[in-house]
Ligand binder design. Sequence first.
Ligand code: SAM
Length: 264
Amino acid sequence: MKFEILTIFPEMFSPYLREGVFGRAVNSGIVDIRIINIRDFARDSHKTTDDRPYGGGDGMVMKPEPICRALDSIEREKRSLVIFLSPQGRRFDQASAWELSEWEQIILICGRYEGIDERIRLHCIDREISIGDYVLSGGELGAMVVMDAVSRLIPGVLGGETSNLYDSFEEGLLEYPHYTRPRIFNGTEVPDVLLSGDHEKIRIWRRTESLRKTLEKRPDLLKRANLSQEDDRILNRLKKGTWGSDAGNKESGSENKERGCTVF
Ligand code: SAM
């Protein structure tokens, strides 16, 4: 997977490209990133990439020619997509990340100021993507968000090949809660079932907590989720309030009452 990023602030990407999962993906060559400085394609002595808007008004507009030349300089793969990061684009989500992970080459154009000249949008762009309904000062953060979400879906980028299977949104649900050592923290114990070694009980507990979190935090997701009969049964009980309300936690020192998941 190749990412080509067009920006006037290439330095913004350096720390991000070095660190964590994404840094490892870049170092191992699974993900190939090229940062293209749009300014290098400006032909005047001041390397101008923006100008005043026709019609007047505040703010500057990114000039079309440097962006166009920068795009022309890219060797295009067969399956290549040009994306403009824009608050006016389609809202980015996990399904979009999966779809983008199928492409060979993704070219991300980062706008600044009032945005880019409309003719670039009309003639050179395949898709506009927004990372949310708010306005940022530039597309660079959006480009990082898209690259991160897409690249972690590419085989080999995450350590275990299944480690993203249960992430939030993958099955239309939010993910279940996680615990690690110590066993008791701030008076709250890790749910017993996670220490039981019983894989079936753990599976049902995780599914229940995933459904519970989705019901509590994002009930809108349940309408589109692919739910099994078992899920429907669990959800019915959660809705009736007959399935505990505290993720199975026990407070240390308190009475050892089973409040969480009851395995059926
Ligand atoms: N005047 C533009 C408008 O109202 O649609 C906003 C321009 S914004 C200040 C500058 C640049 O930041 C945009 O061209 C775009 O590349 C980027 N940007 C801002 N908000 C964004 C968002 N929610 N998602 C993706 N990119 C965004």
